[in-house]
Write a protein that binds this ligand. Structure first.
Ligand code: ADP
Length: 489
């Protein structure tokens, strides 16, 4: 039966291919690390040819393990967002290294645009802020600084795209498309506009003809040529990694929220068909587009989550593994008044203080490793609580919090989140939610499922639930301590 789904996950540090059955079981997986290039402080680049070569190699490995592409119904792609690839449509080769989302080189251009008073308008149209993070200023930098890119622009052969766009061009032998979830991270798509916006292209000084066509996240979007996997395979699902994880978590109704706790934490709330507007510098983004209809999400992130535990492990030696933090937190009834504000690299949403630095308050001679590790884990619920308040102020009341990411394996932290938020917290047994979301989209796109709800019922497995059980006084005391500590940063 042709009913397997091949997912290509082009992440920031690695590229993977996975094969899913329609019941959500993952049959095969292959992975390759991706080399990071740091040519100058603040600059981060990837070799787009390496991304393509690794993706193809991983795809071929899982297809071979499955005995060929004959049983594969569709391909789903999910990817690191915002990263810009520039290539030539004639040669099919990259014109420059890809500028990665983390790359800060375009801060001066962003500052210029902010100083000229453009941010409010750009935010209203795109849901984003004038920050180097997003794609548009990176494209402009390439035009201004690479002769190859400029030359191709003059010849009319320049193609810009985010990573899914680049992979589709290679797989299909020439299609130039981007799905609406990825396109909504560029600063060039108005949240209510079907295609890239001519006014925004002009603001950033970009030729619209170099940009891809914006398409749905599911459907028969392009065809991978026979030469790559031995058979033609339709590409039927596309989504940026955070949107894909939100779908993979089954956050398909307004209010449903997922939080991914990895190095940092990414939170997205499904806003349904309503275009989000934030007064708290949260981001509005396209969650999914099907049949030209969009659903939206509000997005916020905190900079430091699992990296705090890594710091306790690697710099302070308080734990030998991240997992050990759970037993230490459980070994004491409370943190003994110790509170950590993990602003080790500034504070993200909703505080937005890049210059803030971390603090530990409430130390006494009774404070030991356990108290500090527990306070570090407690800080995750505190930061998430502040995000929940800010989301609610922007009209995104959380109904249920679905967690994933490496740090969500910590049961103590999951319970503490539920207690502090006063909400049910749900964690899937199968944690590869990003890949699962792309598989669900591809499953719908190729007709295996009628819609995402049906795909979620079929493909999402068991979940574990954590319910709130903390005394209100304890919670009140925790929040008061957190507020005081925040003031000290
Ligand atoms: P990323 O995708 O950002 O690389 P992962 O989702 O792989 O991150 O999560 C890894 C992070 O989670 C690390 O920073 C690690 O410190 C933290 N982590 C992993 N397991 C646990 C645990 N059981 N308790 C607390 N933190 C953990």
């Amino acid at each position: 039966m042709t009913e397997l789904i091949l997912v290509l996950d082009a992440g920031t540090t690695s590229t993977r291919a996975m094969l899913f059955a329609p019941d959500g079981a993952m049959h095969h997986v292959a992975q390759r690390e991706l080399q990071q290039h740091y040519p100058q402080p603040g600059w981060v680049e990837h070799d787009a040819s390496e991304i393509w070569d690794s993706t193809l190699a991983c795809a071929r490995e899982v297809v071979e393990a499955a005995g060929g592409a004959g049983d594969i119904a569709a391909i789903g792609i999910t990817n690191q967002r915002e990263t810009v690839v520039a290539w030539d449509s004639t040669s099919g080769e990259p014109l420059h290294r890809a500028l990665v989302w983390q790359d800060r080189r375009t801060e001066p251009f962003c500052a210029e645009l902010r100083a000229a008073g453009h941010e409010a308008d750009v935010q209203r149209q795109t849901g984003l802020l004038l920050d180097p993070y997003f794609s548009a200023t990176k494209m402009r930098w390439l035009l201004d600084n690479s002769e190859e890119v400029r030359g191709a622009a003059e010849r009319g052969t320049l193609r810009f795209g985010t990573v899914e766009s680049w992979l589709i061009f290679k797989l299909s032998g020439g299609a130039h498309i981007s799905d609406a979830s990825n396109a909504s991270r560029t600063l060039l798509l108005a949240l209510d506009g079907a295609q890239f916006d001519p006014g925004l292209c002009e603001l950033f000084g970009l030729p619209k003809q170099a940009l891809p066509e914006v398409v749905d996240c599911s459907g028969r979007l392009a065809m991978a040529q026979k030469q790559w996997l031995g058979e033609e395979v339709p590409i039927c699902g596309l989504a940026g990694d955070q949107q894909s994880a939100t779908i993979g978590q089954g956050c398909l109704s307004p209010g449903e929220t997922k939080a991914t706790y990895g190095t940092g934490a990414f939170v997205l709330t499904n806003m349904g068909g309503a275009i989000p507007h934030s007064d708290n510098r949260m981001l509005g983004t396209v969650l999914c587009q099907q049949g030209g209809q969009r659903s939206y999400a509000l997005e916020g992130s905190v900079f430091v989550a699992g990296s705090l535990i890594q710091w306790l492990r690697d710099s302070l030696g308080f734990v030998t593994s991240a997992a050990e933090s759970e037993a230490l937190a459980r070994s004491i009834p409370d943190s003994g008044g110790v509170t950590i504000v993990p602003a080790l690299s500034g504070l993200g949403a909703p505080h937005w203080r890049a210059d803030a630095r971390g603090v530990i308050t409430g130390l006494s001679f009774a404070s030991g490793k356990a108290q500090i590790v527990r306070a570090a884990l407690e800080a995750m619920a505190h930061q998430t609580y502040d995000l929940a308040q800010a989301f609610a102020a922007d009209g995104a009341e959380w109904g249920l919090l679905k967690v994933d990411g490496g740090m969500s394996a910590n049961n103590w932290m999951a319970q503490d989140l539920s207690d502090m938020l006063g909400l049910e917290v749900e964690r899937p047994e199968f944690v590869e939610t990003t890949a699962l979301g792309a598989a669900m989209l591809a499953g719908v796109g190729c007709g295996l499922f009628a819609d995402l709800q049906a795909a979620a019922r079929a493909m999402r497995g068991e979940v574990r639930r954590f319910g709130p059980s903390m005394e209100p006084e304890v919670r009140g005391e925790r929040l008061a301590r957190w507020r005081k500590a925040l003031e000290a940063t």
